[in-house]
Design a protein around this ligand. Structure first.
Ligand code: EPZ
Length: 419
């Protein structure tokens, strides 16, 4: 089991290119199941979650191979409709294969891994929507057997909550359904727009992605295409937190500034300064003084403050000069990193969806354990500014979403080693 050793109090400076977005690559890889021919996906991050999706594609009969940051998928060989347990267990996001395989093969079988580190992760919105599109779904002990005996037909679907995964699943199932599907209260995340951009280039007719109402006119077939995946706004937010916590000055390259609005305003409250160019963003920590507290940070569906950035930003709040209150509105168990931050000297109290963070002058290196992806990132950020050495275990969680993160941070001047 690998660990990370972080020696703190090193200022982060320099340029860094932000990796491709994990949460865009995953649904786009599932979307290749709907297409014929070959897709070339550029800027596809080298992550364990992405590798798990490539394994699922290969198991289903497609050809999928990586060459550096480019993934090539040859989609003509679909020969299976079931996703094995051990692949489902590797990453929950494989649920996004549900709509794509059902639409393409007319049937899909998979067992759900159940909850995960950050919450129960139910899929009731997905199942209700697929049934409205004509799917017949049998659920037994967490295993699903979905069929579309008469094919999928367009329908009007209203989501109770703008769920990212459910919105993606519906778009994937509706692309080649007969007739028109309207999603009301759709999620608006940039990764939804990126998925729709890829699918429309393949010949789909998706209108309004990124807005609350998405309309999909079903088409007969889709052909593979080349596509560059958008940059990862959560990795960008994490790097911003690392710079802010170490008094640093870094320039993020290859970012889409409009994806970072809610995160930028929180760092501005904390006293950081920014200069944005077309696809670059420079962040400078306040000179010679502590971060200001961020007052109240509420996680919301996009374009609100992203839940995935809560943990890395909470680490920054832990050393701010005052109190910050976090309200985690999206997932029910997303403060597990706070106990580990307290071991490093932070002063944090959590109660349900609330976390009250009293900024302290200094954090101290300690042996800490990550139990989820974004919590791991928060602990690394804390280790970068802590006095002494932090030994982080649970690095496998980090590798789900951060590509060679120790190399990225070392190139910015950090002392981080993977052992
Ligand atoms: C996606 O998860 C992301 N994962 C998550 O990122 C992200 O935190 C989340 O969206 C919110 O932005 C991927 O894209 C692979 P949701 P998803 O459906 O689709 C409830 C990371 O760190 N809900 O928008 O699972 C659900 O329990 C990961 O990269 C239902 O109740 O999120 C949650 O409370 C973590 N029933 C809320 O909606 C459903 O059928 C939001 O979930 C579906 C969801």
């Amino acid at each position: 089991m690998s660990k990370m050793l972080i020696t703190g109090r090193r200022r982060l400076c320099g340029d860094v290119t932000v990796q491709g977005a994990k949460n865009s690559a995953l649904p786009i890889l599932a979307a290749t199941v709907l297409t014929k021919g070959e897709s070339v996906l550029y800027n596809c991050p080298d992550l364990s979650d992405v590798e798990a999706s490539l394994q699922i594609l290969r198991y289903l009969g497609l050809k999928a191979q990586r060459s550096g940051g480019t993934v090539l998928v040859q989609s003509d060989g679909l020969s299976r409709h079931d996703i094995p347990d051990e692949l489902m267990r590797k990453t929950r996001s494989s649920i996004v294969f549900l709509g794509a395989v059902l639409a393409s093969a007319g049937r899909v079988k998979l067992c759900l891994p159940g909850g995960c580190e950050i919450g129960m992760r139910p899929i009731d919105y997905h199942l209700k929507a697929l049934r409205r599109l004509g799917a017949v779904i049998r659920e037994r002990h967490g295993c699903l057997d979905c069929r579309a005996p008469h094919g999928l037909k367009g329908a009007d679907i209203t989501l109770p909550f703008p769920s990212v995964g459910a919105t993606e699943d519906i778009i994937l199932a509706a692309c080649t359904a007969s007739g028109t599907t309207t999603i009301t209260n759709a999620a608006r995340e940039p990764e939804i727009t990126d998925l729709a951009d890829y699918l429309n280039k393949c010949g789909a007719q998706i209108h309004g992605a990124g807005e609350s109402t998405v309309i999909i006119d079903g088409v007969n077939s889709l052909s593979g295409i080349d596509h560059a995946i958008i940059p990862d706004r959560i990795v960008a937010a994490t790097l911003m937190s690392c710079a802010a916590m170490t008094g640093g000055d870094i320039t993020l390259k290859g970012v889409v500034n409009s994806h970072l609005g809610a995160v930028l305003s929180v760092f501005e409250d904390a006293g950081c300064t920014f200069s944005a160019f077309e696809n670059e963003l420079r962040i400078k920590a306040p000179e010679g003084k502590r971060l200001r507290p961020m007052k109240i940070v509420r996680t919301m569906p996009y374009p609100g403050f992203p839940t995935d950035a809560q943990a890395p930003l909470l680490a920054a709040a832990a050393i701010a000069d005052g109190t910050t209150v976090f309200i985690e509105n999206i997932f029910e168990n997303r403060y597990r990193h706070t106990a580990e931050l307290v071991r490093m000297g932070a002063d944090i109290k959590t109660e349900g969806k609330f976390a009250v963070v009293e900024g302290v002058e200094r954090l101290y290196g300690a042996a800490v354990e990550a139990t989820d992806l974004r919590g791991a990132a928060a602990l690394i950020a804390a280790g970068l500014c802590a006095e002494g050495v932090t030994e982080l275990s649970g690095v496998r969680f980090l590798e789900r979403g951060y590509e060679h993160f120790e190399l990225t941070l070392s190139a910015l001047g950090a002392d981080v080693k993977k052992i």
